[in-house]
Design a protein around this ligand. Sequence first.
Ligand code: NAD
Length: 253
Amino acid sequence: STTGLAGRAVVVTGAGSGIGRAAALRFAAEGAKVLLADLNGEAAEAAAREITEAGGTAVTVAGDLSDQAVVDEVVATAVERFGSLDVLVNNAGIMDRMSAAGDTEDAEWERVVRVNLTAPFLLTRAALPHLLATGKGAVVFTASEASLRGSAAGAAYTAAKHGVAGLTKSVAVMYREKGLRANAIAPGGTATNIQVDADREAHGPAVLGSYMRNVGSPAQAEEQAAAIVFLASDAASNINGVILPVDGGWAAV
Ligand code: NAD
């Protein structure tokens, strides 16, 4: 293998479902040791079992990653069980209600920003000393088509995911001299369990419909996972600060 991931310690958030689950399985297939973190502990356990039954190494942490105590537990568990933390995949996220700014309630804004932007910041900050200690750490964020344009989601999700792109670039620049790389994938529509929070009909302005025809047919989670693993791997050793669309060409429209 040319990925250099064998034996490396990888944390994947949102690893119980969809893109995160596919990424965790793919890292394990490359020989990495994987910590699967998810709000849904049973789903994380099921994915971890699939890894260990195939002869791989996996542990889980269940909890809400917007909670600092859970973030600290993820980092401590990875370091205790694996002896290091080489790769962090900040993937967990939730949809908003496709609300325009004027229709966005405080609770929707605060939850979506907290889970999609603040939680990745908290985990990155907590993991940084360990990622830097390896001399070649990598962080991969799951951004979104909504990191690139205003027509892919509501105001809260779009603002949070633009923030994720900014965080990716800041980490990439601030730590590049120390051998750490930070990149993001920007998925277009992908078949997972993610759902628009509540009633899109009631909250989503009809204007988005015409833009969203450009989404095309949904990708498979494995296609997103392949890009995540690539960006974390030695094959991407000179790629830093990139927001990589994985969208079948939507970003080119
Ligand atoms: P998914 O719902 O299938 O998986 C997301 C996982 O994250 C779930 O297992 C969920 O339990 C977990 N999670 C949610 N909130 C959490 C929290 N606070 N703490 C811990 N775990 C939490 O969805 P997915 O599509 O695989 O989403 C993964 C990422 O991809 C998200 O960041 C999402 O915004 C992004 N994304 C998805 C699409 C798409 O079309 N599916 C497009 C662009 C971006």
